[in-house]
Design a protein around this ligand. Structure first.
Ligand SMILES: Nc1ncnc2c1ncn2[C@@H]1O[C@H](COP(=O)(O)OP(=O)(O)OP(=O)(O)O)[C@@H](O)[C@H]1O
Ligand SMILES: [Mg+2]
Length: 337
């Protein structure tokens, strides 16, 4: 179904976008969309794996019910449509302006500062940087296969996701990006988009910059002050730095779309360390802004049904492949692609 653009001007999703319906959707369509949206946050769905606390889910359900009450009442809907129309014609603010619009220049300026020696080092050793031959070979194979697909489909930005938390997304993203930059001499940017549960600056970077992507998206910092380059490499990081609860709002902002599209112009590859797919909202937003998705599955840990559900939830032509990550300490670490 082709969606009519109905984004509120300040970057907040319109009610229609939240329900994923056209602006001229019928009452029946609104009703179906409401039921579908509700099921994501209800107890019977994937709540066990949800990143939302019980309280947050309750809040979400209340929001959905408010939206439904507005859209199902003709008078309220008319007045909402009118406010949407006014917002769209009003001058844009916040994420549309300032530092984000300067994003392209910022990337250019950053890349021109080759003489500038970043002192950023890794706090935590990566398998591929530790001369772990087995892991290195597996990431080499992963990159070779990915590159064939990427070259064929002009894919530059790749989101690394998984069905649920803790399956090895960040480990895969970091090792893959490292080998791309050091061994294959690609200019790579790792963007951290797991805004609820960021780990790159706290776990991986030594002496990283003070600002992160969240500050940039909120308009509190320039992108230049948030990009980190790993000493003596062409590997760059744009970590989130702090966490936020309303991650979908920031992920769905014009600023985020702008960072993702502009970074593709300046880097050979952009690896997006993403949140898990469930409870759906964040990754479904991201999947529209990247060229492809890589699904990490923790072998022997994630139930098959959950993996199947995760695969089904991704846009079909966006899934580049599945990385089977077996973190079983008894066996050797395995990465299949
Ligand atoms: N192949 C592996 N071998 C050993 N340990 C691993 C492997 N993959 C991941 N781990 C470990 O498992 C833990 C979770 O991995 P990681 O942080 O990469 O997962 P994640 O999917 O990014 O998690 P989150 O959803 O919390 O962001 C980490 O402690 C990591 O070091
Ligand atoms: Mg992670």
């Amino acid at each position: 179904m082709k969606k009519e653009k109905a984004t509120a001007n300040n970057g907040v999703r319109s009610y229609y976008e939240t329900f994923e319906v056209r602006q001229d959707a019928t009452t029946d369509e609104i009703e179906r969309a409401y039921r579908k949206a509700k099921s994501v946050y209800s107890d019977e769905s994937v709540a066990l794996y949800s990143l939302y606390s019980g309280e947050e889910r309750k809040q979400k359900l209340l929001e959905l019910s408010d939206i439904y009450n507005t859209l199902s009442d003709p008078a309220k809907r008319k007045s909402y449509d009118e406010s949407l129309r006014k917002e769209r014609t009003a001058p844009s603010r916040e994420w549309d302006s300032g530092s984000i619009n300067a994003g392209r220049d910022a990337f250019e300026e950053y890349s021109e500062v080759d003489a500038f020696k970043d002192r950023i080092t890794l706090r935590r050793a990566l398998s591929v940087a530790e001369q772990d031959q087995m892991a290195t070979e597996k990431f080499r194979i992963l990159f070779n296969r990915l590159e064939q697909i990427c070259l064929k489909g002009s894919v530059k930005s790749i989101a690394v996701t998984s069905a649920v938390k803790g399956e090895g997304k960040t480990t895969t993203a970091m090792n893959l990006a490292f080998i791309m930059a050091t061994e294959f001499k690609k200019k790579v940017l790792v963007i951290e988009s797991d805004f609820r549960n960021p780990s790159i600056s706290s776990e991986y970077l030594n002496m990283g910059r003070l600002h992160g992507l969240i500050d940039v998206l909120k308009g509190d910092a320039d992108i230049r002050s948030a990009i980190n380059r790993l000493e003596d490499t062409n590997l760059h990081f744009l970590p989130a730095r702090c966490s936020v609860k309303n991650s979908s709002l920031l992920l769905d902002s014009p600023g985020m779309r702008s960072v993702l599209s502009r970074s593709k112009e300046d880097f050979d590859y952009v690896i997006v360390d993403s949140p898990p797919i469930f409870p759906l909202v964040d990754v479904s937003i991201l999947s529209k802004c990247v060229d492809g998705m890589l699904l990490v599955v923790k072998a022997g840990a994630t139930p098959k049904d959950i993996v199947k559900k995760a695969v089904r939830s991704l846009p079909k032509d966006n899934l580049l492949g599945i990385v089977l990550n077996c973190a079983d300490s008894i066996h050797m670490n395995k990465y299949y692609y």
